[in-house]
Design a protein around this ligand. Structure first.
Ligand code: IPE
Ligand code: IPE
Ligand code: MG
Length: 249
């Protein structure tokens, strides 16, 4: 296959890259299996997973992708053994400390989606500092889905909407799809064009239930810690070959 360099990235297929997704969302899965294959503790898989996130952020930034949402921890993941949850929260705090300077220097704007009140105060404070510090950046928007559930997001939205209804700020007959969208965690972020899930599982696992209505799905057997620039480019090439119809002809 022919190839072409696009913004320093080797693109298979020999074409320039029109029709890139504006918003890529990733269900990063397979960290535990990656570690088990190597006889390592699960947390070593999560550490390798953080390195893969770094590669993704760099590649998406270079490609000019607008938004990258990473499913880092689901509301259901709280039901994992305490030691793993504690390890993941520690890793979250450490990663923010370690990476925030470089993210900021790259112009990345960090935002978070999820029930942050569930996250222990130390890690939450580090995160919120990172969010505040990068709020004015104009590059890639990195949306970290943490303690995130698609149904939880809708429940939170409906509660806020019900509050506005009861205070008379909203009328029932004004409620449309765009109204629901306005009550989600980040109404300013467009729906994901492409959702990637690694590790061979074929499910959403409560990710972006509302927003994924017309997202293109890409599944790969590659385990998340092994997902690299080449895998991303393969996913983008696949996406670019699709015809999105949105129900029309
Ligand atoms: C994904 O990897 C990361 C999180 C869900 C936090 P897993 O931890 O789910 O890895 P597997 O699925 O057990 O291999
Ligand atoms: C989905 O992965 C959640 C995240 C990637 C954070 P899981 O490993 O938790 O999903 P299931 O349990 O296999 O559906
Ligand atoms: Mg998993």
């Amino acid at each position: 296959m022919d190839s072409k360099t696009f913004k320093g990235i080797n693109i298979p297929g020999g074409k320039a890259l029109p029709d890139l997704p504006v918003h890529v969302a990733v269900i990063m899965d397979g960290n535990g299996r990656w570690a088990r294959k190597r006889g390592l503790p699960r947390l070593a898989g999560h550490r390798a997973g953080v390195r893969a996130v770094k590669r993704m952020v760099t590649a998406c930034g270079e490609l000019g992708i607008g938004y990258l949402t990473i499913y880092a921890f689901s509301v259901e993941n709280w039901m994992r053994p305490k030691a793993e949850v504690r390890g993941l929260m520690r890793l979250l705090g450490e990663s923010v400390i370690k990476e925030i300077d470089e993210l900021d220097a790259k112009g990345v704007k960090v935002v978070v989606s999820g029930r942050l009140e569930d996250i222990e105060p130390a890690a939450r404070r580090l995160l919120m500092d990172g969010v505040a510090r990068t709020a004015g950046n104009r590059g890639l928007v990195l949306n970290l889905a943490l303690s995130y559930g698609g149904r939880a997001e809708l429940v939170d939205a409906f509660r806020a909407m019900a509050g506005d209804l009861s205070r008379g700020r909203l009328k029932t007959d004004e409620i449309g799809e765009d109204t629901v969208g306005r009550y989600l965690y980040h109404p300013e972020i467009p729906d994901p064009d492409l959702i990637i899930r690694t590790s061979g599982e074929h499910r959403l696992s409560n990710f972006l239930i509302w927003e994924s209505a017309y997202s293109e799905m890409y599944f790969t057997r590659v385990l998340w810690p092994d997902f690299d620039r080449k895998e991303l480019l393969a996913a983008l090439e696949d996406y670019r070959g699709r015809e999105r119809r949105f129900g029309r002809l």
